[in-house]
Design a protein around this ligand. Structure first.
Ligand code: PGA
Length: 241
């Protein structure tokens, strides 16, 4: 059976204090969440330490929003696997479209970060997805195949999560139709060597579309930005029906 992974990507939101306030309101809402749903929170680096302490002994896992490929070195502004694992971090988002778009992330650096995450025992969440222009030009399948082929060289697919995140759906409220997300995720799965890699959908996931998305057979979870910032809304997503 494929694992269900529901992750909140807080991006550059929430101070340490705001993160604690979130957990106070969020955690009590997980009491009847089915155990097989893996819930992951990916706060900014500055909140990881305090959240790690608060989440100790709970079922919620911590994720980072990035990881550098070297163990240490002169890489201003980057973070290493050891710095993350010391805090009990279990997941790392790699290749998010915002990193590709604004910070020069390429398939080559994405590949190095994936390998580094696994070397440190972290499960990377690899993000792939097309722009509106690429979709309109019928290039979605080719673009994603190309990203997967380059990003996954030398990566152990048994310790991996993939997120299909169409860029036009991120932060726009313009969610990809559930059936279409299901179709693309099926295509992604057909290119993998390992059958049970959890594949998430991401892009304007909200309390009002989560049930339909999760009813699709290929969708194994979601990567949530905006709607993960508010405890009640993320709790509703995690407790999808
Ligand atoms: P969104 O972001 O849910 O705000 O669209 C998703 C993401 O960027 O992972």
């Amino acid at each position: 059976m494929r694992k269900i992974v529901i992750a909140g990507n807080w991006k550059m939101y929430k101070t340490q204090r705001e993160s604690s306030e979130f957990l106070q309101a969020f955690m009590p809402q997980l009491e009847s969440t089915p155990q097989e749903r893996e819930v992951v929170l990916c706060p900014p680096f500055t909140a990881l330490s305090a959240m790690s302490t608060s989440l100790h002994g709970s079922s919620v896992q911590l994720g980072a929003q990035n990881i550098h490929w070297e163990n240490s070195g002169a890489y201003t502004g980057e973070i290493s696997g050891e710095m993350l694992t010391e805090l009990g971090v279990r997941y790392a988002i790699v290749g998010h479209s915002e990193r590709r778009q604004y910070f020069g992330e390429t398939d080559e650096t994405v590949n190095k970060r994936l390998i580094a995450a696994q070397r440190h025992g972290l499960i990377p969440i690899l993000c792939v997805g097309e722009t509106k222009q690429e979709r309109d030009a019928d290039e979605t399948e080719a673009l994603i195949s190309n990203q997967l082929a380059k990003d996954l060289v030398g990566v152990d697919q048994k310790k991996l999560v993939i997120a299909y995140e169409p860029i036009w759906a991120i932060g726009t409220g313009d969610t990809c139709e559930a059936l279409e997300a299901n179709r693309v995720i099926g295509l992604i799965r057909s290119q993998l060597k390992v059958a049970d890699v959890p594949i998430q959908y991401g892009g304007s996931v909200k309390p009002n579309n989560i049930d339909e998305l999760m009813s699709q057979p290929e969708i194994d979870g979601v990567l949530v930005g905006g709607a993960s910032l508010e405890p009640d809304s993320f709790a509703r997503i995690v407790n999808y029906k």
